[in-house]
Design a protein around this ligand. Structure first.
Ligand code: FES
Length: 112
């Protein structure tokens, strides 16, 4: 998968549901990247690598897709989520910072 290759090359792609030791769920869509000749951004964790493939992890199209996913998550996930103890986890904050995504749903956006 693209994610394994970029991790080996020390190229960071934001992610929430991917873990190298677990099966690929590919349901968060935080890892979207631009793949040459693909009509839309592809999830790096679930897209197999092919010969001659060109992947862009920080292109405007890839960054826009990652930001859109982050915006969607921020809008639909409360900061005081009662489901788990982590609340706004470190990876959530890191990805938000990395993508530059902000949301009106987040009252403390300027603090991050
Ligand atoms: S890391 Fe969640 S879809 Fe790829």
């Amino acid at each position: 998968m693209i994610m394994q290759v970029t991790d080996a090359a020390d190229v960071y792609i934001p992610r929430f549901c991917y873990h190298a030791k677990l099966t690929v769920a590919a349901n968060c869509r935080m890892c979207l990247v631009e793949v040459e000749k693909a009509p839309k951004p592809m999830p790096a964790c679930a897209t197999p690598v092919m010969e001659g493939m060109k992947v862009f992890t920080r292109s405007p199209k890839a960054v826009a897709a990652q930001r859109a996913t982050m915006e969607f998550l921020l809008i639909n996930h409360p900061l005081d989520c009662p489901i788990c103890d982590q609340g706004v986890s470190a990876s959530f904050r890191t990805s938000r910072w990395a993508t530059g995504a902000t949301s009106r749903a987040s009252p403390s956006a300027s603090a991050w």
